[in-house]
Unconditional design. Structure first.
Length: 171
């Protein structure tokens, strides 16, 4: 067992090439994700819900809902308290968004900080949650995804309105 641990440490050091990379934290995050998906898969198989299919319309709702929820969690100023243990405030970002820096202390803290402050990283978790939701609670999941889709549409309309307003004032 000690030889395996030494080998893994050696490979990790070679991979890092002197950079600080929280590989242990990433491994924990992947293990948690795989465990949650595994449990959901087992429950799905036991309940016989595996034959359910997600309709194309629901995939569209899930796509836009995933985009909006990941931006809310990862960038929204109001959700900063959720990210606070893992990030530090840097500056304002886009409309109602903040830019944050991941805390370096602790591999797990750093890995979670990267996850919760990156909409691209978080999207896998959110989309998986929506997929599981469509298997076990499709009506509720559809309502949540629809609400987030409406908010995303509203955001885009607000941005278009602001752009048009600026354009009109410049003329």
């Amino acid at each position: 067992m000690a030889k395996i641990a030494d080998y893994v440490r050696s490979e990790a050091d070679e991979y890092r090439q002197g950079a600080e990379r929280p590989l242990g934290g990433y491994a924990v995050a992947m293990t948690v994700f795989a465990g949650l998906v595994g449990v959901a898969g087992a429950v799905t198989a036991l309940r016989g819900t595996s034959a359910r299919r997600i309709a194309p319309y629901d995939v569209l709702l899930m796509t836009v809902g995933t985009q909006k929820l990941t931006r809310l969690v990862a960038k929204d100023a109001v959700t900063s308290p959720l990210r606070m243990p893992f990030t530090r405030y840097q500056d304002t970002g886009g409309p109602a968004e903040v830019m944050e820096e991941v805390r370096e202390q602790g591999q797990l803290r750093h890995a979670v900080g990267e996850l919760v402050s990156c909409p691209f990283c978080l999207a896998v978790w959110v989309a998986t949650g929506f997929s599981i939701g469509f298997l076990f609670a499709p009506r509720l999941t559809r309502v949540v995804a629809s609400t987030l889709t409406a908010v995303a549409g509203s955001d885009y309309l607000q941005l278009v309105y602001a752009y048009l307003q600026r354009a009109a004032e410049e003329n």
